[in-house]
Design a protein around this ligand. Sequence first.
Ligand code: BTN
Ligand code: 3PY
Ligand code: ZN
Length: 632
Amino acid sequence: AFVENLLKHPTFLDNSYTTKFIDTTPELFQFAKRRDRGTKVLTYIADITVNGHPEVRDRPRPPADLRLPRAPARHGEPMMGTRNLLEQKGPQAVADWMKAQRQLLITDTTMRDSHQSLLATRMRSIDMIRVAPAYATNLPGLFSVECWGGATFDVAYRFLQECPWQRLRDLRAAMPNVMTQMLLRGSNGVGYTNYPDNVVQEFVRQAAETGVDLFRVFDALNWVENMRVAMDAVLESGKLCEGSICYTGDINDPDRAKYNLKYYVTAGKELRDAGAHILGLKDMGGLLKPTAAKALVKALKEEVGLPIHFHTHDTAGVGCATILAASEAGVDAVDCAMDALSGNTSQPTLGSVVEALRRTDRDTGLNIGAIREISEYWEAVRAQYAAFESGLQAPNSEVYLHEMPGGQFTNLKAQARSLGLEDRWSDVAQTYADVNQMFGDIPKVTPSSKVVGDMALMMVSQGLTRADVENPDVDVSFPDSVVGMMRGDLGHPPGGFPDVIARKVLKGDAPNMERPGKHLPAVDLEAIRAEVSKELEGKAVDNEDLNGYLMYPKVFLDYMGRHRLYGPVRTLPTTTFFYGMQPGEELSAEIDPGKTLEIRMQAVGETDEAGEVKVFFELNGQPRVVRVPNRM
Ligand code: BTN
Ligand code: 3PY
Ligand code: ZN
């Protein structure tokens, strides 16, 4: 019935059917309900096999000799780790324990920042969940595994057709002894603008309940006032609160005096006084240089007194040197990515840092054999995502010019490409730097980095210089994100935004100088739950779904609509998800613990006069035929 309905639909008949058609045509879903999950998954595979996946069209394909990712064997049972300490003694005990350690503690960022920074955040849950048990048994000495938050939440629903909460729940269950870690954008939650306080509180409560142990909280403008709601919610949950300062500028550069040692020490003290258990030093651009790291870590250790957790990106290629300098200065924990997903815009190389410190007083104690086995797994995983590689071949000192965060760099490059500005990358980089100065030299990290990027792309594509933009006589139509930021929607940098630009953008209106959340009315959670349930034809909406909707209403509903058609596609292997199946190919997909779909693709038929293709499968040994439109 679904396909018939589809074929009769005027949008389909007039040939304007696109891959977004299903998302925007809810009446089609009325027929999806009756189909079983097996048929739904077969429909997805058939559709991708016939039409391809829009996200990988015209992109490089995985190598022909792709090796199937095979998780390493587990060595023994999960030994006691940081999670056990947190469960037994609470967050302050973990912080105290950190300070008492001689070894450098290591966070593995592979499941969050590394693929956000190298593969456009496209890594699927199944590739993480398969290796998680090996982390628990083979690397129980890791400080934490960063595996949630940042851009991964949005991308899971929007592009990967999977539920981010389920990812978290599955990872938590597979690694019971090591702390999970997430990146939370303060009042911006895991979104791009400030949310009402009760939305942020509810999100943190749910994240803690589903499985986050350590919350790294930051504010894109380093405004501690705007971090309190999120930090208080973390403290209330009994989990670890890592209040973070975003590093920008260069403490060794007298021309960037705004961001001197004192600026960071003051922010560190404010975060301590706001209740942080750990002080995060978040160098999202990879701008902190080794000598500066030594001075900064030393000052923060002495003057703030919290354990310090350092995060950087290897964009310029000196990340490992900076980590070693920070280590010498007494930093307590650092972030690294597993070798195969490290370097360049990602984190420095985990195995190399571990080996560099071997037999020193800061020896991490981590087993290098276990690291290499896990990294080999990640190498095979990475190859599946060839379509999302940025093409960046080498580290590059250009980052000291533009100061783009690692997570934005490849994204902005892709955006520039889609606007036809690929050959003008050096203009984009220079303009990005100019916009930063025009905005008053601000920390650039989601979402402020997106605002700077939007403005830079607009200027390059319209041929505008900073002088043009600031000239009261030149008409400029500013991107919405710029208007929002100048209006105060993201809060304010120290001293506010420069008058020249703020006045022009706001056309004389006064900005809101108060904390944005102060003026956002609380959301009636139960009323929203009822609304969403109605929108989903009476389906029960649990707290995780409600939180998904609160962060991203449209993205969430679109996801739910596709879920109804395609079912649990998160259980498919990654190559199948992006490329479909070949005739003769077989796979199994575990859709519930113990319930497995054995799928064999038999053949793909010809396109009939109605524009449809029959795809022949065997599902658990029974023949099944699925018809999908040929849109190619
Ligand atoms: C997207 O980018 O729209 C989400 C990815 C899933 C898209 C698949 S492609 C075939 C099928 N038809 C649709 O309308 N959406 C899905
Ligand atoms: C994010 O907010 O997603 C980041 O990675 C910031 O560095
Ligand atoms: Zn980062």
